[in-house]
Design a protein around this ligand. Structure first.
Ligand SMILES: O=C(O)c1ccccc1NCC(=O)[C@H](O)[C@H](O)COP(=O)(O)O
Length: 260
């Protein structure tokens, strides 16, 4: 069984258990639920750099990345660095993240926040809103076309932006629909962990211009961004390159300054 299938099986168990323990309407009563969300797609359309900086403690492909920095400092650091948005991995088993990380990030910066999660149930979308997210991620590899439609329409009804992630042509073709804001091409094959920026280049021409295009994973140099921009990418999701340092905010700041 590949890692993605394993993650989805564990996620199903986790969500089913939570649904038994925490009624969904609780999320509608959090202080964050009524908050006016910030649109990442709108910010990216006018951003000079388009950097979405990620908070990522560990990953299935790299094991531990950074266990010492705290999310308060990193959220403030990313905002100060001039990032366009922040991605927060909330999966605990595989990425060492927590839902509370979203709240802590929300309290420490005013960047649009992406809940980076393996969303397989509407419950997680209400939860994302209740914990201060502005954007949700939908991964085409783990969802049917009907689920992508159902989940993205629910997110839009809650004023959340939707980032749909693909890795190949088949996933892209099944996914394109008006309820998405951004199309992300993951340069990492989530089943084998192979990373290649060629994936973003190849798929770019197939993405209609109405969507903001984001290139995700394996970006570690200014040269990579310069290579990808001519293919129409306006957003660049970067995790490990910043998180592997002692000071991810300072690392993002240096990176963003070199881009301007
Ligand atoms: O990062 C992984 O190893 C991974 C494995 C399986 C599923 C998802 C995975 N990562 C999620 C992401 O999409 C990345 O964290 C994000 O794009 C940033 O990537 P990077 O800059 O390479 O840390």
């Amino acid at each position: 069984m590949n890692i993605l299938d394993k993650i989805v099986i564990d996620k199903r168990k986790e969500v089913d258990l939570k649904k038994e323990l925490i009624p969904i309407d609780i999320f509608e009563r959090t202080p964050y639920f009524e908050r006016k969300t910030i649109s990442l797609s709108k910010k990216l359309r006018t951003s000079q750099t388009g950097i979405i900086a990620e908070f990522k403690r560990k990953s299935p492909s790299k094991s531990v990345i950074n266990n010492t920095v705290n999310i308060e400092d990193v959220a403030m650091g990313y905002e100060h660095a001039g990032a366009c948005g922040m991605s927060v991995l909330t999966d605990e088993i595989y990425f060492g993240g927590f839902l509370d990380d979203l709240i802590i990030a929300r309290e420490n910066c005013s960047l649009p926040l992406l809940r980076k999660e393996f969303i397989i149930d509407e419950y997680q979308i209400l939860e994302a809103k209740g914990f201060g997210a502005d954007v949700i991620l939908l991964i085409a590899a783990i969802l049917t076309k009907a689920e992508i439609k159902q989940f993205s329409e629910l997110a839009k009804s809650l004023n959340l932006d939707v980032l749909l992630e693909v890795h190949n042509e088949e996933e892209l073709h099944k996914s394109i629909m008006p309820s998405l804001d951004m199309l992300g091409v993951n340069n990492r094959n989530l089943k084998t962990f192979d990373v290649s920026l060629e994936t973003s280049k190849t798929l770019s021409t197939l993405i209609p211009n109405d969507f903001v295009k984001i290139s995700e994973s394996g970006i570690s140099s200014i040269e990579a961004i310069k290579e990808l921009k001519p293919y129409g990418y306006q957003g660049f999701l970067i995790g490990e390159n910043f998180m592997k340092t002692n000071n991810p905010g300072a690392s993002a700041s240096q990176f963003i300054k070199s881009l301007l």
